[in-house]
Design a protein around this ligand. Sequence first.
Ligand SMILES: Nc1ncnc2c1ncn2[C@@H]1O[C@H](COP(=O)(O)OP(=O)(O)O)[C@@H](O)[C@H]1O
Ligand SMILES: [Mg+2]
Length: 162
Amino acid sequence: MELQTYKTPRRIGCGKDGVVFQISRDLVAKIGFGERVTFHESEIAERAHQEGISIPVPYGVHLITFPHTENPNPYAGKTINGFVMEKLIGKNGFQLCGPEEVNEAYVLLNMAIKKAVLKGFNPIDSRYPRNYIFTPDREIKLIDFTSWSHRDIPSILRNREN
Ligand SMILES: Nc1ncnc2c1ncn2[C@@H]1O[C@H](COP(=O)(O)OP(=O)(O)O)[C@@H](O)[C@H]1O
Ligand SMILES: [Mg+2]
């Protein structure tokens, strides 16, 4: 299955645990800082999606190819495992405008987090405003599962190998 249609993945986001690249019109790949992070996120996301928690559709871990470039870039010329998921559009928590939108988003965020807890997850960091997206369809999607654990899936927060 060829998921990557962009020859040059476009960097669209980053945080403390990885860099997110758009690899096709509808897909992004998160390259975790360490493969353990990448595989953990994918496993958590698969489970969360199965349980009906509002997250981007996960497509598993796949090799992502980065072309050689003139500018220095740590991924240039490499093929690296990335956690592939649906590309979301929308606003993060910092971009919400006005009390009504904030209210609407927070109600949905609380519902999504409650559901995750009910289904056995510990959704750490989900309230951080860059870790959810409010879509144009007025849905909240949780992203960033690096700190999450599940009653069947241990946390990787300690003893991180990278
Ligand atoms: N599925 C996605 N669709 C669109 N943008 C995304 C998606 N996943 C992550 N991003 C963007 O990339 C940023 C970093 O992703 P995140 O998973 O939070 O990484 P980190 O674990 O490093 O914090 C997010 O804040 C968001 O802007
Ligand atoms: Mg994050």
